[in-house]
Design a protein around this ligand. Structure first.
Ligand SMILES: Cc1ncc(COP(=O)(O)O)c(C=O)c1O
Ligand SMILES: [Zn+2]
Length: 411
């Protein structure tokens, strides 16, 4: 049962019918999905959710499309694991990792794409499209294949091989653009005006963005229907961060949480592309677009569409922002792998390195229950650690050679 009232402008509040549109005709503000929360409160219970499928569609009451018609590869309900070794290294207390590397195409983007393409089919679209920094490309190509849709996926031409190959393999049209993500996005906005395609992050953006709420829903359910004190979230366009906040708030609105959530939200960016973090650190009202230059290519959006909303969430919840260097990103990836056995891509390195920074600065505190969102798999960005993560030794297949290389005292 879908409880959507329509779309509402996030700036002026004007309402629209649910359609494949994304900006307000009056003020050009972005539109978002509006729900009938009273109706949802009557229909949803913790028990009903627990009896649902072990994927994101268990929360379909709070999503804009029917679960029956979902384009589903099994996304969501990823592990939330306690990270005591990482916490000890950083001088923190209760730290949890939401391991979204464990989605069908190995990033959280499967959540947004599953919702967006399900809605696209409902609207009757035959072609899926997107502008991507890599992970979205993987996911749109895979879900389009699953749904039997044609696809046009646009990426900057300098992406990692692990992002290019894992998109092209699904057989759609992969278009590499000589330019950065912001150039790709501009082209896609023009194409969206010409072709009747479902651009998941252009004309389908209001529906697409809703998929990210399921990260908050799962976190709360996996913590026994309570919320963390503090979350740390990677930021590219800023949509994920704002929707995690919206997700916690909605759970309270529909009666699934006993207490009003007071979650501090902190954002993580790479120093080579940190327009939102910079505005936060400088206490500025404007976000200055930048030309990205970072190994965290998945977060390399120089002109973030939801930047102001993300800034507002971080400020209003008393969170913080971190911006980390390429070296710190690699160290963050290695720290996570070494302490918790999770291999994350560069965006995960950004998030862990930011956690480290915010912990050292006292912004994330040892008395807080912290959830850190690990949003993409390390095999997608092997280049980042290929130089530093090497065999300990390369030797002949003899005991002598082994003993020469390793001075082992204990068995
Ligand atoms: C792995 C990963 N994490 C986080 C993000 C940030 O998402 P958003 O654009 O919603 O801020 C992205 C965006 O592409 C991503 O690929
Ligand atoms: Zn408006």
């Amino acid at each position: 049962m879908v409880h959507v009232q329509g779309l509402r402008c996030r700036e002026c509040g004007r309402e629209y019918e649910a359609a494949p549109i994304f900006t307000c005709e009056w003020c050009f503000g972005p539109l978002e999905v509006a729900y009938d929360y009273d109706a949802i409160a009557k229909s949803v219970t913790r028990e009903k959710i627990a009896a649902g499928p072990l994927n994101l569609w268990r929360y379909s009451d709070l999503l804009p499309v029917e679960a029956d018609s979902a384009v589903d590869l099994g996304t969501g309900f990823t592990p939330l694991v306690r990270a005591d070794r990482l916490a000890a290294e950083l001088g923190l207390g209760e730290v949890w990792l939401k391991n979204d590397t464990r989605n069908p195409t190995n990033s959280f983007k499967d959540r947004v794409v599953s919702v967006a393409l399900s809605k696209a089919l409902e609207f009757g679209f035959k072609v899926a499209a997107c502008a991507s920094t890599g992970n979205l490309a993987n996911s749109v190509a895979a879900h389009a294949a699953r749904a039997g849709m044609r696809s046009y996926v646009f990426i900057p031409s300098d992406l990692e091989q692990g992002k290019v190959v894992t998109t092209a393999v699904y057989g759609g049209n992969l278009v590499a653009i000589n330019g950065n993500y912001d150039d790709v996005n501009r082209l896609c906005a023009e194409l969206a005006g010409i072709y009747d395609w479902a651009f998941v992050n252009v004309n389908m953006r209001p529906y697409y963005a809703e998929g990210s709420k399921t990260l908050a829903f799962e976190t709360a359910e996996q913590l026994g229907w309570t919320v963390p004190d503090h979350v740390v979230v990677p930021v590219a366009s800023g949509s994920l961060l704002t929707k995690i906040r919206k997700g916690f708030d909605e759970l309270y609105k529909v009666g699934l949480l006993d207490e009003e959530p007071q979650v501090r939200v902190s954002g993580a960016q790479a120093l080579g592309c940190s327009p939102v973090a910079e505005a936060f650190i400088e206490n500025a009202d404007t976000i200055r677009p930048v030309k990205p230059d970072t190994i965290a290519k998945s977060l390399a959006i120089g002109n973030p569409a939801d930047g102001y909303f993300a800034l507002d969430v971080v400020r209003s919840t008393g969170g913080g922002f971190g911006a980390v260097t390429d070296g710190e990103i690699v160290e963050g990836m290695e720290l996570l792998a070494r302490t918790e056995g999770i291999f994350a891509e560069t965006a995960g390195g950004v998030t862990v390195a930011t956690l480290k920074k915010l912990a050292a600065d006292g912004v994330v505190r040892p008395d807080e229950r912290v959830v850190v969102y690990i949003t993409g798999h390390g095999l997608k960005t092997l280049e980042a650690v290929a130089q530093t993560s090497r065999p300990t030794a390369t030797i002949a297949a003899t005991l002598d050679a082994f003993h020469e290389a390793f001075d082992i005292e204990e068995s």
